[in-house]
Design a protein around this ligand. Structure first.
Ligand SMILES: Cc1cc2nc3c(=O)[nH]c(=O)nc-3n(C[C@H](O)[C@H](O)[C@H](O)COP(=O)(O)OP(=O)(O)OC[C@H]3O[C@@H](n4cnc5c(N)ncnc54)[C@H](O)[C@@H]3O)c2cc1C
Length: 305
């Protein structure tokens, strides 16, 4: 199928690129392998996206952006992109069942959760091990759970879990909590919360389901096993740019290198959002970059005429 602009990924960056592409008159398609909205849609509550003085649910925000995209006639295809290449001046984007081509493309595939890489993590995934409190939190009503990682995501999602679970033990590898102070202040006096810092997770234990985690204090070496029914892992994000390595430049961590107009090294190919090599990964920056990428794609196509 031939379009003017193919956007890979329908998170905040890709969806916003869709709005700007379609409004510029480009025949635009977004290919998204899961639910439109990306990580924003798996966040229970976003309170720093402008325009929502009382904050907004992640699913609600994602749905509103999706409706805006559809209003401008953008097609959203539900498929995983497996490969992208350039042939005869067009980008060819392949899914398992279809092929899309366009003279301009935007990569907006975001990031994946980094794994802890400890025994029990993959074996018990979906049986107590989760990377999404918004999706799985209600399954742990009145249970004790652990949240691994005390950055903004860990504390934000841990706070959400408290409305269902009995107790949350936050576990942090570094000596201190790294989340914004406002998030930490909301939790640190809470009775049903424990913070364990400077702890290495050694294993996630259980046969059929998660039963406990074992951690080691990095200072004293002391080990302890904490009984929990669920473990929510927020230890960072990593790019999944394997399929892109031949066509764009990647930084040392695998993020796509772009210039201020979101151009990659390949003419006509742009990138936006969390997949880019940069300092700040937020909804507002992803949206801004999606808009910039689509406008740049429009200018690129104009110069090709
Ligand atoms: C737990 C958590 C809490 C957060 N809280 C906030 C907050 O309060 N405020 C804030 O501003 N930001 C927050 N963020 C960050 C914010 O969600 C991200 O910065 C933003 O979603 C990035 O948008 P994106 O479109 O670049 O990538 P993503 O949101 O990651 O979207 C990428 C999309 O691409 C799709 N995709 C990936 N690979 C393929 C493929 N091969 N084929 C097709 N589709 C593909 C994915 O399914 C996904 O939908 C939070 C993030 C997390 C994880």
């Amino acid at each position: 199928m031939s379009h003017d602009l193919v956007i890979i990924g329908g998170g905040p960056a890709g969806l916003t690129a869709g709005i700007y592409g379609a409004r510029a008159g480009l025949q635009t398609v977004i290919i998204e392998m899961a639910m439109p909205g990306g990580h924003a849609a798996t966040t229970h509550y976003i309170e720093n996206y402008p325009g929502f003085p009382d904050g907004v649910g992640g699913i609600e925000l994602a749905e509103k952006i999706k409706q805006q995209v559809l209003r401008f006639g953008v097609e959203i295809i539900g498929s995983e992109v497996k490969a992208i290449s350039k042939k005869n001046g067009d980008f060819v984007v392949e899914t398992d069942s279809r092929q899309f081509s366009a003279p301009a493309a935007i990569i907006a595939i975001g990031t994946n959760w980094r794994k802890l890489d400890v025994p029990g993590e993959s074996e018990l995934r979906g049986r107590g091990v989760s990377y999404c409190a918004t999706c799985d939190g209600p399954l742990f009503k009145t249970r004790d759970v652990a949240v691994i990682g005390c950055g903004n995501s860990g504390l934000q999602e841990g706070k959400f879990l408290l409305q269902f679970v009995n107790r949350v033990t936050f576990v942090e590898f570094l000596p201190d909590v790294t989340a914004d102070k406002i998030l930490y202040d909301r939790l640190k006096g809470e009775e049903r919360v424990d913070f364990l810092t400077n702890q290495e997770v050694l294993s996630i234990d259980g046969t059929q389901r998660v039963e406990s985690i074992t951690v080691r204090d990095r200072g004293t070496g002391m080990q302890q096993t904490i009984p929990v029914s669920g473990i929510f892992i927020y230890v960072g994000l990593e790019p999944n740019t394997g399929m892109l390595s031949d066509i764009v430049d990647l930084d040392e961590k695998g993020f796509v290198i772009v210039d201020a107009r979101m151009r990659t090294r390949e003419p006509g190919l742009f990138a936006a959002g969390d997949i880019c090599s940069k300092a700040i990964r937020q909804v507002v920056t992803a949206c801004a970059e999606g808009a910039t990428a689509a406008i740049s794609a429009y200018h690129y196509l104009e110069t090709m005429k």
